[in-house]
Design a protein around this ligand. Structure first.
Ligand code: BGC
Length: 780
């Protein structure tokens, strides 16, 4: 269904992909993977004409609202602006009647433009050419542009277009807005003002339509309609054969949470601003506005310039796809907002952020645009308030980060009820919000990672130390003393593998908690000499003197599971005793979660079946604590028991395979990761793209194939590009210097404009250089 060739525009080779046939039964795929956005807002790519099964979504980052006490807060689905109803000779246009030729719906990643074009032949035998274009501006983050061109090819048609702002939307039924205020100014400008029901965030949407026939501007008199939660303009026109009608629709989106708008909290000034900017956009016109968007994207692509020479041209496209979506979903403009597990491309996971950000996506920013990584970590700093509350509510101290987070101060927002239990017919309880606790040390790890790679001392002084200390305090209060075994344990948790609930001593959780405690101790000692003033300030806020002793004692006494005689580390206390199930039938499925058609989660809990990388994740994050043979043995043990039902799984497996020098496997797993969203599976992305997996794709290439690692504060490189690749080149920031790496099978070249001497370790050998380095690799 998707073609990865640049069908109509060869210059977009490896920059675009195309849907070549419309399938009304699988609309979710293209709606998500072709979604548009700019970090401020995200627009799902539903078609202009309506079909059953379409999901229209417009999200503005950070505008969370809670429908009622029985639901958790979520990103509200704002009014729709994309639907355009076309009546051709009095009949509603739909691809479900008549016949279609030359169909192509393309996402152009380079310019972030969605296009759709085809020739449609009506049941009456009239052929009409239709072309649609759409973008969400990276230049003006509040702007959406749409263009539509209609040309009857054989005979004239009478055409009626109805388009407007439709707030009869919901999030799967939950309505997040008050009815609001609707107004049409000068028979031209539509404006809708709505406020979210609980958080009282004002949304102001303004839209206008403009028309041209064969390039000449025309004024079409509208029929205006205002209904409940909806306003619409209908325009009628007669078109002769060969004449082209062009409609441009421009939309401005603002909310009272806008941080770039002066006085956004003042509704009067917001509505005036919205209307004024809309008028200005109208005077500029789609083409020029689109050019400005194009330029903004061009400078982003300059910054993230990758080159891959591969026998498979898809590889570079897949990487660009991943980077495109990371640009589209990341709120670089506002530190009060995070990255949703589905970005801004669908209702899945309600716009909430998970460890996906810190462990899967953040590395991309740390090494490509450190200021954005910093903003994302500041979001977690703001989240300390909710994390402290969660700790208190659960009887702990310090900061216990929520498993799912929305507005930073909200605290825990994980929903409580999930999918059907096939045995009982009831909904399965989601335990992650209560007991998936590794997120706290994942965040501490991310702070450390950022600091090591950037040396950003100011961030640490302002935010980082506080986060590390208070998370360590949480772990110290969380550990349980086992008298018999004479050790501290962490019982009753879920580790990264969510198919094992209520387990004791999940190795990942215990090791990462230990890491968190040790890190706090290290920084505490360092600050004593480096910045006693800051330490004393933090001490009075966080009682560090009191807690440091506890960190020490608990870090020394925590149980860290060791390998058995086969070299296997138990994922948790009971995993290795559970029944083994032959997963062959499930592993070959294209859909995830098929195991649950045969077993309930309770039953799966009693089997050696994993959803995703768990202990293998630990080997990646705390790499130099484990020997290579041990990693391989555990990989061979756990991978056959892993269904990769979470999109977070393949990339970690691929990186580890690169570490074992199994290039073929690493490449295969990289391809599996790229196929999660971009592959042929028709329903894999219905609820939205998979943010973590996209970060994971970048990591497969940079951390896996290029072997980039930060170890003990040093930058290590150990490239092993796949057999099918001839060359890989990309930018990488290290401690403030921008390095450009160029890797072939035998050579590594690094250039930098930085005047600083760069120190790194290549294939285990310490190297220093300024300006340029050429390194002949010996592949050890
Ligand atoms: C995974 C989690 C992940 C979440 C959001 C779940 O299916 O098991 O690890 O954080 O999805 O992507």
């Amino acid at each position: 269904m998707l073609s990865y060739d640049a069908i109509q525009r060869p210059e977009l080779d490896q920059w675009s992909f195309t849907e070549t046939e419309f399938n009304p039964l699988a609309q979710g795929k293209c709606e998500s993977v072709m979604s548009l956005g700019n970090g401020y807002m995200g627009l799902r790519s539903a078609t202009e004409e309506a079909y059953i099964g379409a999901t229209r979504n417009l999200f503005v980052n950070g505008t969370f609202n809670r429908f009622d006490d029985f639901e958790v807060t979520e990103l509200p689905n704002a009014a729709d602006v994309t639907q355009v109803e076309l009546l051709i000779d009095g009949k509603r246009f739909t691809l479900e009647t008549g016949s279609v030729t030359d169909y192509a719906r393309t996402l152009n990643l380079r310019d972030a433009e969605l296009t759709r074009s085809f020739v449609w032949e009506s049941d009456q035998g009239k052929r009409i050419r239709l072309e649609f274009r759409r973008f969400v501006s990276m230049h003006d983050r509040h702007l959406i542009g749409m263009k539509l061109q209609i040309t009857p090819l054989d005979e004239g048609i009478s055409l009626r277009l109805a388009s407007g702002i439709n707030a009869q939307m919901s999030n799967s039924g939950s309505q997040h807005f008050h009815e609001g205020e609707k107004r049409i100014f000068d028979k031209k400008y539509l404006q809708l003002i709505q406020t979210t029901t609980e958080t009282k965030v004002d949304f102001v949407l303004s839209a206008q339509h403009q028309f041209w026939i064969d390039g000449t501007a025309v004024e079409l008199a509208p029929q205006m309609e205002i209904e409940r939660r909806k306003m619409e303009m209908a325009y009628s026109v007669e078109l002769k054969a060969g004449q082209t009608l062009e409609m441009q629709k421009l939309i401005q989106v603002h909310t009272s949470r806008d941080s770039d708008v002066h006085d956004a909290g003042n509704l009067e000034s917001l509505r005036t601003r919205s209307l004024e900017t809309l008028k200005k956009s109208g005077a500029t016109g789609y083409d020029r506005l689109f050019e400005q968007n194009q330029q903004a994207w061009a400078s982003l692509w300059d910054r993230y310039h990758f080159e891959i020479e591969s026998a498979n041209r898809f590889d570079l496209l897949a990487l660009r796809f991943a980077i495109y979506h990371m640009m589209v979903m990341t709120p670089v403009h506002d530190r009060r907002m995070g990255i949703g597990a589905k970005g801004l491309s669908g209702e899945g996971y309600k716009g909430h952020s998970f460890w996906d950000t810190e462990i899967f996506i953040l590395p991309f920013f740390i090494y490509s645009e450190p200021e954005v990584a910093r903003t994302l970590l500041e979001y977690r700093y703001l989240g300390l308030e909710g994390a402290r509350r969660k700790a208190k509510e659960n009887g702990y101290e310090g900061a216990m980060y929520p498993w799912e987070v929305a507005w930073p101060s909200d605290g825990e927002v994980t929903p409580v009820w999930g999918a059907v239990d096939i045995v009982t017919g009831k909904q399965t309880k989601i335990w992650s919000g209560f007991i998936e606790q590794h997120i706290t040390s994942d965040i501490a790890y991310a702070v450390w990672h950022y600091y090591q790679a950037t040396g950003d001392q100011k961030f640490m002084d302002d935010y980082g130390y506080e986060m590390i200390f208070d998370t360590a305090t949480f772990w110290a209060s969380r550990l349980e003393w086992d008298e018999e075994a004479s050790r501290y344990e962490i019982n009753e948790v879920i580790g990264p593998d969510e198919y094992k609930e209520h387990v004791d001593n999940n190795a990942f959780t215990n090791y990462m908690a230990h890491f968190n405690l040790q890190l706090a101790l290290q920084y505490y000692d360092e600050l004593k000499t480096r910045n006693p003033q800051l330490l004393s300030h933090l001490d009075s806020a966080l009682s560090l003197q009191h807690y440091a002793q506890e960190w020490q004692e608990k870090a020394a006494g925590i149980y860290l599971p060791k390998p058995d005689e086969r070299g296997i580390i138990a994922q948790d206390d009971t995993y290795l005793e559970k029944r083994i199930l032959d997963l062959t039938p499930y592993k070959s499925q294209t859909k995830v979660g098929t195991l649950f058609q045969d077993y309930s989660l309770d039953q799966v809990n009693e089997m050696q079946v994993s959803k995703q990388a768990d202990i293998l994740m630990l080997f990646y994050l705390l790499e130099n604590r484990f020997a290579p043979e041990l990693k391989r043995a555990n990989y061979d043990y756990y991978e056959p028991k892993t269904l990769h039902d979470s999109s977070l799984s393949f990339s970690t497996h691929s990186i580890l395979a690169s570490d074992f020098d199994d290039k073929k496997l690493a490449y295969e797993l990289f391809r599996r990761a790229t196929e999660i969203d971009l592959g042929p599976h028709e329903h894999s992305s219905d609820a939205g793209i998979h943010s973590a997996s996209l970060g994971g794709i970048w990591q497969c290439v940079v951390m896996g194939f290029a072997g980039v690692r930060m170890l003990d504060g040093e930058l290590h490189l150990h490239p092993k590009i796949p057999g099918k690749w001839q060359r890989l080149s990309f930018p990488l920031y290290w401690k403030g210097s921008l390095l450009k790496l160029n890797i072939t099978k035998d050579q590594l070249q690094i250039t930098t404009d930085s005047k600083d001497e760069i120190h790194l370790v290549i294939e285990g050998k310490k190297v220093s250089f300024t300006g340029q380095l050429q390194f002949e690799m010996i592949h050890i």
